[in-house]
Write a protein of this length. Sequence first.
Length: 131
Amino acid sequence: NRFGERGIVGFVKFIAGLAIGMAVGMVGVVVYAGPLDQPIIGLVLAAAIVASGAWFILEWIKVPAWLGYILGIAAATFFFLARTSMGDAVVVPDMWPTQVWLFLAPVSALLPAIGIARNADARRGPADRRY
């Protein structure tokens, strides 16, 4: 059954993207605070890590995994910033980097899709475009 195989493969890709997204989300939560109390550097670095992962997922495994990746990024970011485990805490001198990262994490996972879609449209010739 063609539809059954496609659905199972898509589900496996989604789960793989979810797992990768959660791992990258954990890295982003650690990195966003920045080195030596410089949150701008940390936010840029964490956004670059998340965006490069999204670009890699989109190019390699395609859309089902990318959707899982976005969900994994958002889940890990919100989970690890809202709840600390075993007495651990992410310490940031100001609150604004945390608020910016809560917004920037999912957005930086979405942005590569726009670039890839525009690039794919530019690679097509005029005869291939649908109007």
